[in-house]
Write a protein that binds this ligand. Structure first.
Ligand code: BES
Ligand code: ZN
Ligand code: ZN
Length: 480
């Protein structure tokens, strides 16, 4: 969808923001008797994200509630953009002009609204020959602003975020017969055109590096493991920020096999890695003044005659040994080596990993917040700030020595599941912590937030692209 910032109403179809509690005057441009008109619709109060579609003098007019103006901020404007897109799309309108009449700071809010509308426009329909839902999609959205040039400039980095989110969603949406470690790694090569250095480490290379923990997950599959290393270098001699993603292209559970019902969901067990790829794209597109490294561990977890068995012991790249007591707790085995490799090679300023690591985080936080496990208070504060700005919500979860005791193995250094009860997400996190070597680090358990069973203002059902905008905001914050 095309976005145009303008100072004049460009289309017969209009969208008008109405603040809650303040009666609009009769002076709405081109609409006479506006407050009388509203009197016919007493249920429409201007409550945030409330909508009312009307026809006025033969032209479509969509009223949208802004809520209380004092709290109508950038995240609210972004969500409203999604709501507006959805309503216009339902109406089958192809072009409209949005007027946030009442607000101050119209430029900053309009660009966020544009981003929100575009985020909502995403569909993954490449495998549909006939799309029953096909409707004329909204083609152009004009937004009234005070200064066209400055709005256009403000939108440039947001468009970079949008493209990164779409890339993450595309990757997450692909079925596992199309996207497997080798094909996934190849797809990452598009980043080269944007100036990102991309290296693909194949299984032999990983074996030479001693990544036996990661490789043990892939050994039951016909598909070979890959690790992809992406570097965006635009920060001089400063140590990089590192982002590490779980990329299990399909998680059957392995020999500790999952139940059949819902197993199709495990095609998106690589969503953490997709966020890392999307983030690298965003940073490159907006030419972020930073050194950033993305490392993704790509494997398929299958049961077979060559798969690892419960009770197997492997030696990780760090030299520590792991007793694999449940082959379905495989994400931590992948990340153990990916995290160790990342800190060992790049000596980063900080590391953030993203992983659909545990079902338990969905029990704890549902689908609205990702769990954040952090060994550094400063980083945690910065992440929470980025979370607020991006609207991608995080909730702090505990680490702790008490939990570490529960992953001590009888015959190896660590076991990959608890010897105790409960706290499944923290157990996964403290396991990862053994492989970060003291570097400031955060683990984001995103199992609940990367795939939506219900639509929201900023996405339909399906892949959400969670984390790309959050981490882009964090990078902005750290490089400001
Ligand atoms: N990929 C799953 C976690 C998951 C579950 C993600 C549901 C998204 C939705 C992970 O590999 C897994 O299977 N974890 C196990 C860990 C357990 C064996 C300790 C889990 O959560 O049950
Ligand atoms: Zn699993
Ligand atoms: Zn998994």
């Amino acid at each position: 969808m095309q976005i145009e910032f303008t100072q004049k109403i460009q289309t017969s179809a209009r969208v008008l923001g109405v603040a809650q509690g303040c009666q609009p005057t009769t002076t709405v441009q081109g609409i006479s008797g506006f407050s009388e008109l509203l009197n016919h619709y007493p249920r429409f109060s201007g409550k945030r994200e409330q909508t009312l579609a009307l026809t006025v003098e033969g032209n479509p007019l969509l009223l949208v509630g802004l809520g209380e103006l004092a709290s109508f901020d950038e995240p609210a404007a972004r969500r409203l953009g999604g709501v507006i897109f959805n309503e216009l799309d339902k109406l089958g309108i192809s072009a409209a002009t949005v007027d946030l009449a009442a607000v101050e700071n119209r430029n900053a809010l309009a660009v966020q609204l544009a981003l929100g509308a575009n985020l909502r426009s995403y569909r993954f329909d490449k495998y549909k020959k006939v799309d029953e839902d096909a409707r004329p999609m909204l083609e152009v959205l004009h937004l009234l602003v005070d200064d066209e040039i400055s709005a256009k400039n403000l939108y440039i980095p947001l468009d970079a975020q949008l493209k990164g989110v779409f890339t993450a969603r595309d990757l997450v949406s692909e079925p596992a017969n199309v996207l497997y470690p080798e094909s996934y790694a190849e797809r990452c090569l598009f980043l080269k055109e944007l100036g990102v250095e991309v290296e693909i480490l194949d299984a032999n290379h990983l074996s030479d590096l001693g990544m036996n923990s990661l490789l043990s997950v892939a050994q039951g599959s016909q598909r070979e493991a890959r690790v992809v290393v992406m570097q965006w270098k635009n920060g001089g001699a400063t140590p990089p920020l590192a982002f590490v993603g779980k990329g299990v292209t399909f998680d059957t559970g392995g020999i500790s096999i999952k139940p059949a019902a819902g197993m199709e969901d495990m095609k998106w067990d690589m969503a953490g890695s997709a966020t890392v790829v999307g983030l690298m794209e965003t940073l490159a597109r907006r030419k972020a003044p930073v050194n950033a490294v993305g490392v993704i561990g790509l494997v398929e977890n299958m049961p077979s005659g060559s798969a690892s068995r419960p009770g197997d012991v492997v030696k990780a790249m760090s030299g520590q040994t792991i007793e694999i007591l449940n082959t379905d707790a495989e994400g931590r085995l992948v990340l153990a080596d990916a995290l160790w490799y990342t800190q060992d090679r790049f000596k980063p300023r900080l590391m953030i990993d993203l992983a659909t690591l545990t079902g338990a985080i969905i029990v704890a936080l549902g689908v609205h917040k990702a769990g954040m496990f952090c060994n550094d208070d400063t980083l945690q504060t910065q992440l929470l700030k980025a979370s607020k700005r991006s609207g991608e919500s995080l909730w702090p979860m505990p680490l702790g020595d008490e939990y570490v005791k529960e992953i001590k193995s009888e015959i190896a250094d660590w076991r990959n599941i608890t010897s105790g009860k409960g706290a499944g997400s923290t157990i996964g996190a403290v396991f990862l912590q053994q492989f970060v070597n003291g570097v400031p680090w955060a683990h984001l358990d995103v199992a609940g937030v990367v795939w939506a069973d219900k639509e929201q203002p900023l996405f339909r059902k399906g892949a959400t692209g969670f984390g790309v905008r959050l981490l882009d905001e964090l990078v902005s914050e750290l490089t400001a």
